[in-house]
Design a protein around this ligand. Sequence first.
Ligand SMILES: [Zn+2]
Length: 325
Amino acid sequence: MSFPTQRPRRLRRTEALRNLVRETRISTAGLIYPMFVCPGTKVRQPVSSMPGIAQQSVDQLLEEAREVEQLGIPGIILFGLPESKDATGSSSASAQGIVQRAVEAVRKANLNLVVITDVCLCEYTDHGHCGVIENGEVANDATLEILANQALSHARAGADIVAPSDMMDGRVAAIRAKLDDHKFEHLPILAYAAKYSSAFYGPFREAAQSTPQFGDRRSYQMDPANAREALKEVALDIEEGADMVMVKPALPYLDVIRRVRDNFNVPVGAYNVSGEYAMVKAAAANGWLDEKRTVLELITSIQRAGADIILTYHAKDLARWLRSS
Ligand SMILES: [Zn+2]
């Protein structure tokens, strides 16, 4: 049966009709807002390639976290810029570490926010890699214990979810075992299961000061050409104890999000990364794109692809737009 019996335009005629038959409805309920915490007080250092985003000291971060809560955004994910870096990222697991102090401050303020912490070494190592270096290479197994200790310190500080992003093999199992050994068996793990070696992380590295000082991350992050391998990574992480999985970046990997959604029955997250954000901001600043329409369409596409949870720097703007629409 086709034209003239079938006229798909009938259901597009008015906004009320379009609203009624809309398949994907985005809301603030699935959004997570990423934040960068740095030492000091009253520090708010804007990230030039990410307009609207800043590195902030704990006091400032707390102010913005209140705003995030008031906007109805359910959670934040924290990245730390430590006072000092060394070869093994030892400050990453300190009880007085920058992320640990930020988590404690948010907890103490009694904010109704899910606090997620990024677990990785690249922000804490002087060489900027996500693991320790042995013989010029990122050593997998030697990194696991350090990551597990970092995750434990985040749990002790009051994190609701720990999210390992390093892409070492076996890290989820190592973190799960460490948490369970210390009575944090209730604490969920959100694994960056399919994290690709991507050009879209550029602005983040300015924000988190985590650029590798030699080489690149292709020996541990995934090859952008591989989708079947993403399913293998996700399966392994779930087997090791991941409660939720993530695909990162989001927009160049919508097909991967869809395949993960179709193949696994755990919540699926997608990280709309810094470069995706920067592209929109730059084009909007030049008047080349309508920012609001562009962001709503992009976030809709990520959810339509199958993401339940979306980590995005647009979260605050989105919450305002969705509230007023
Ligand atoms: Zn890393």
